[in-house]
Ligand binder design. Structure first.
Ligand code: ADP
Ligand code: MG
Length: 322
């Protein structure tokens, strides 16, 4: 599992500045605040956490859809956080995104033929007939057919549209795919079909996934490792089985306590968190989780906990383990 690293994210920060009008101070949203992790070739690395914790911003910044405020993004050994737009465009072939809502990522005015052959044309792939051939091939791989080529996105069901979104992402044979809640908008009955498609493509094309989801049941099924985010920071990273069997961070424990048990003999006590998720404009000092933490100690109010080892390939940012 721990093969070569494909992606290394180092101390990544993404702050948004919000203008509030004249004479008012600008607000700074610390959407991603000093995040580091490594994604290995061929694995599925999940980013989980409550809504607003910075998962999407992390995913988009990795692909340079947003420019990082600071930090490094190393892809296949190359530092990419400072690459120019045109250099990035060439590299984008290797790093693709699948979005939650394929409707937003598929141009409604274009046919599937146009949507799928466009990236091939932009990246100078093959002749027009070869492009169509490749489009048909990828359509068949994702479970659609040649006769779908001349239809428009609105003529498909949600699940089919996500298959097209996935086809568009894989048609250039990328190495890395960031999938941001790819099944969250789909009916439960369709979700597992799309998950199985992602797993099949991963085997077939040796893909590496960063899989963003708030659905821990799905994450447990699909991912090799999990990183838990809270308020713009990664608080724990471990192998999927390890984190479900033995979560360390009080936030992870609470988050996982809400997931239905996978086995009947798996006992879980539901931990209810009190209080709201604080704002990333004004995060609490010390450990950002301390106001909601059932194990809060004095030090947690003032000092941010460093990331420490809590087992084999298991790290946690919590003073309980320091
Ligand atoms: P998640 O995907 O985990 O739900 P996001 O990455 O979308 O979280 O958002 C993280 C935080 O950054 C949220 O507080 C969100 O409101 C804020 N945010 C996201 N995008 C922007 C933006 N373009 N401008 C200002 N704030 C943003
Ligand atoms: Mg999101």
């Amino acid at each position: 599992m721990y093969s070569e690293p494909l992606l290394e994210v180092k101390q990544l920060k993404k702050y948004y500045t919000i203008d509030q009008g004249w004479f008012k101070p600008r607000k700074v949203v610390k959407a991603v605040d000093d995040v580091s992790f490594t994604v290995y070739k061929g694995e599925t690395f999940a980013l989980v956490g409550e809504s607003g914790c910075g998962k999407s911003t992390t995913g988009r910044t990795i692909l340079r859809l947003h420019d990082p405020t600071s930090g490094q993004i190393v892809f296949a050994g190359r530092e990419i956080s400072g690459l120019s737009y045109s250099e990035m465009r060439r590299l984008r072939r290797k790093m693709q995104m699948v979005f939650q809502d394929p409707y937003a990522s598929l141009n409604p005015k274009k046919t599937i033929r146009q949507i799928l052959t466009e990236p091939l044309r932009v990246h100078g792939v093959a002749s027009p007939t070869e492009r169509v051939k490749q489009a048909v091939r990828i359509l068949e791989i994702v479970g659609l057919s040649e006769y779908h080529l001349d239809r428009y996105p609105h003529e498909f069901s949600g699940g089919q549209r996500q298959r097209i979104g996935i086809a568009k992402a894989v048609i250039l044979h990328p190495e890395l795919i960031v999938a941001d809640e790819p099944v969250s908008a789909l009916d439960v009955s369709i979700q597992s079909q799309v998950i199985n498609l992602l797993l099949k493509l991963q085997r077939e094309f040796s893909l590496t996934y960063v899989f963003i989801s708030h659905d821990l049941g799905v994450v447990r099924h699909i991912s090799d490792r999990v990183a838990v985010m809270y308020l713009g920071k990664v608080v724990e990273v471990a192998a999927t089985e390890e984190i479900f069997a033995s979560p360390k961070h009080p936030y992870t424990k609470a988050l996982l306590s809400a997931v239905p048990a996978a086995h009947p003999d798996e006992k879980r006590e539901r931990i209810l968190l009190t209080g709201d998720v604080p704002s990333p404009v004004n995060p609490p000092p010390g450990c950002a989780f301390h106001p909601r933490c059932p194990s809060c100690m004095e030090i947690c109010r003032t000092a941010a906990p460093p990331m420490v080892n809590a087992g084999e390939h298991h790290v946690v940012a919590c003073h309980l383990y320091n």
